[in-house]
Design a protein around this ligand. Structure first.
Ligand code: GAR
Length: 207
């Protein structure tokens, strides 16, 4: 596993153990990761301690650098095997994992190490429009093709199946007859930015 940037997080952050520490996994742009990190910046209760990605070229690493959060890239086989990633999560004393635009299925060793402590956001109203290969614009196009009049977001716990864990929260937006996938994506992103950090806070702090 490769570290993308180096920061002395252990020296400068409040390290009291009542602080809940989160690792965000993201595969792409990372606008949700950044929004979540900004929401918790300065919090005494929740810290985004780490960002992990399966893609070295993911823009989320640039965002992490700007935010002063260490970020790492791992290979898919390291993810499937689990040991190295779990060791890194242990090193940073991670309590919860948040998937924010992360496209791999979470491997068994990681699921077992974080029971009910992995949260995902999906850009549609599950149980519809989920499953393998359903991410980003593919989801929005499928919603349009099905003639849906509403779409939205689903925040859910992660289990061994794609997009099938218990739903924690959903919010909806309108889909108009002439909406493109880009339009729907914009509306869905707005919902994500508004709700995802607050729901993470509730789950992590159990409030
Ligand atoms: C978000 O809309 C998220 O819901 C979606 O990817 C986008 C990532 O955007 N996730 C999935 O489709 C997972 N199946 P971001 O990188 O700008 O946060």
């Amino acid at each position: 596993m490769q570290k993308n940037c180096t920061f002395s997080v252990f020296l400068c952050k409040n390290n009291a153990r009542f602080m809940k520490k989160i690792a965000i996994f993201a595969s792409g742009s990372g606008s949700n990761a950044e929004n979540i990190a900004r929401y918790f910046s300065g919090s005494r209760e929740v810290e985004i301690s780490l960002i992990l990605s399966n893609r070295k070229d993911a823009f989320v690493h640039e965002r992490a650098k700007k935010l002063g959060i260490p970020s790492y890239t791992f290979h898919k086989n390291e993810f499937d095997e689990g040991d190295l990633i779990l060791e890194t999560l242990r090193q940073y004393e991670i309590d919860f994992i948040v998937l924010a635009g992360f496209l791999l299925k979470v491997s068994q060793p990681i699921l077992e190490a974080f029971p009910n402590r992995i949260i995902n956001i999906h850009p549609a109203l599950l149980p519809k429009f989920g499953g393998k290969g359903m991410y980003g614009d593919r989801v929005h196009q499928a919603v349009i093709d099905a003639g849906e009049k509403v779409s939205g977001i689903s925040i859910h716990y992660v289990n061994e199946h794609y997009d099938e864990g218990n739903i924690i929260f959903q919010a909806t937006c309108e889909v108009l007859p002439d909406d493109t996938a880009d339009n729907v994506a914009r509306k869905v992103h707005e919902l994500e930015y508004k709700h995802f950090p607050k729901i993470i806070e509730k789950v992590v702090l159990n409030i």
